[in-house]
Design a protein around this ligand. Structure first.
Ligand code: NAD
Length: 362
């Protein structure tokens, strides 16, 4: 049996890590029929848009896709392709496991948690009003008329919507995952002490859903600033985290650092019908074409994809191969060395070669 999967190599370091991932997945023996589609800078050159309709159609049709990172140009007319993909395909759950890598520069050996970040709303919804624009001035006037606090005229405005609908489905998704994978506790992260209506609603929704899982999965809530401190000091206290979009983005990078760095942090964006896998890191433009960066995050995103396809044994084998190569520390990229200038660090494709060799040896 073979699976049809859309491959979006992306730009920057994307094509290099995507190629490394593809070789490792093919070495597991699972047969994938890769349907490659340009997105990001190559797509701008070819089609005049970073997200051509045929790329989205391919993902919709195949229902499973894996992508490399894509540059989000700052201050241009183009919206983030990543945010656009998540919104257009309604990929409401961003799932990011963070488990310590022996042999890496990770900070917490006991770290083993899974992050569930709401992916469709909050400040990332992209409802923004530019300073001085007619709409911004109009909105400021309306808001100032509605309540006593005065927003300054020279303000830009971003809107933070949090709905019961979106909160319920991500929180339920996190609890269901905990039940299915034998995880013991869900921690909901928020700032409801300050944002009483938005984060307050997320918390209130979480408390109601937690009751349905009482006796099976424990529940607690932690304020986001306190959470950053607790994660640094004792991440082993946590099991499954569920967060609104912005906090989820920030806490994911923190946990990536604790586990071993951005180079080893995989991720998945899941919706009701489509799943899109991608590393947590971005396109690291300064390393483009240098065969330098760590392919692990994208390879492990591929392992998450195999698991999603039902190829659990192959997924586990691939993760084991990656972990063993990192633990041995011989064929690893610069970021996994204690000294980043270590001349014995290997390149992206050489690390992927070592992982393929390890897979063949099992
Ligand atoms: P980044 O993750 O691209 O890079 C930050 C630093 O992390 C790099 O300079 C590098 O030192 C390190 N790093 C990242 N990936 C690595 C890897 N695989 N191996 C070793 N080291 C690695 O973040 P940035 O510089 O803030 O963003 C660059 C671009 O990527 C921006 O345009 C941003 O918008 C975009 N971005 C895209 C995605 C995505 O496609 N999902 C995610 C985040 C950022």
């Amino acid at each position: 049996m073979s699976y049809k999967v859309t491959l979006l190599p992306g730009d920057g370091i994307g094509p290099e890590v995507a190629w490394a991932m593809r070789r490792c997945i093919d070495t597991t023996g699972v047969r994938i029929d890769w349907e490659e589609q340009a997105v990001g800078e190559p797509a701008i050159k070819q089609y005049g848009t970073p997200l051509p309709p045929q790329a989205i159609e391919s993902v919709r049709r195949n229902k499973v896709a894996i992508k490399g990172p894509i540059v989000t140009p700052v201050g241009t007319g183009f919206r983030s392709v990543n945010v656009q993909l998540r919104q257009e395909l309604d990929l409401f759950a961003c799932v990011r496991p963070a488990k310590y890598f022996e042999g890496s520069q990770g900070k917490d050996k006991a770290l083993d948690l899974v992050i569930f970040r709401e992916n469709t709303e909050d400040l990332y919804m992209g409802v923004e009003f530019e300073k001085g624009s007619q709409n911004a001035l109009h909105l400021i006037q309306e808001i100032n008329n509605l309540q006593p606090k005065k927003i300054r005229q020279d303000s830009a405005i971003s809107i933070k919507p949090i709905s019961i609908y979106a909160s319920e489905r991500i929180i339920r998704f996190a609890f269901d995952y905990a039940v299915k994978h034998g995880r013991k506790k869900v921690t909901l992260v928020h700032k409801a002490n300050i944002m009483k209506f938005t984060d307050g609603l997320f918390l209130q929704t979480g408390r109601a859903i937690a009751q349905e899982y009482a006796g099976r999965v424990a529940f607690e809530d932690v304020i986001v600033d306190n959470m950053t401190m607790q994660l640094v000091q004792r991440a082993s206290n946590f099991d499954v985290l569920v967060l609104p979009n912005l906090y989820g983005d920030i806490i994911s990078d923190l946990c990536a650092g604790l586990a071993g760095g951005l180079g080893v942090a995989p991720g998945a964006n899941i919706g009701d019908t489509v799943a899109l896998f991608e590393p947590v890191h971005g396109s690291a433009p300064k390393y483009t074409g240098k065969n330098k960066v760590n392919p692990t995050a994208t390879i492990l995103s591929g392992a998450l994809m195999l698991d999603h396809l039902g190829e659990t044994a192959a997924a586990q084998k691939l993760e084991r191969a990656v972990r063993e190569v990192i633990k041995e520390g011989r064929f690893v990229t610069y970021d996994l060395k204690p000294n980043r200038d270590d001349p014995s660090a290997v390149g992206t494709q050489e690390m992927a070669d070592a992982i393929c060799q390890k897979l063949k040896s099992f």
